[in-house]
Ligand binder design. Sequence first.
Ligand code: ZN
Length: 152
Amino acid sequence: MDANPKGDTDTDGLARPLPKLTPLNRDFWSCGAEDELRILHCGACGDYIHPPAPLCPGCLSRELSPRPVSGRGRIFSFTINHHRWRESIEVPYVVALVELEEQPGLRLATNIVECPPQEVQIGMAVEVVFERNGEVHVPLFRPCVPPHGGRD
Ligand code: ZN
């Protein structure tokens, strides 16, 4: 999971722990500034890779570059957190693995927002929405609005 205490930085006053930016992950955590989600893509075998790695785990190529994706996917698994780990974070909230539509197995650890936790379901169609925290734009996911507009 990405949301581990090791990635925590000094974020007094901020609602969530933020990742440390590195040359490898900087594009992923800042691409939301341009309102698009970008995932490392292997030019040799065509796979998307997440979390960011220096080598393609499939073919060991270093021919990796960020490529925009749709930002749409489905909830692969989730858990509802009721424990107030931080004073500033409202509970309950949903921690989820979202599988992007671009590739089976391409999953992001994230939170589901704009949806009551009890309505979250495995398989639910979701889309990315960015939460800006300075340079870091955390990709969160919210339910896709049905095309016929059934949701309030
Ligand atoms: Zn590859």
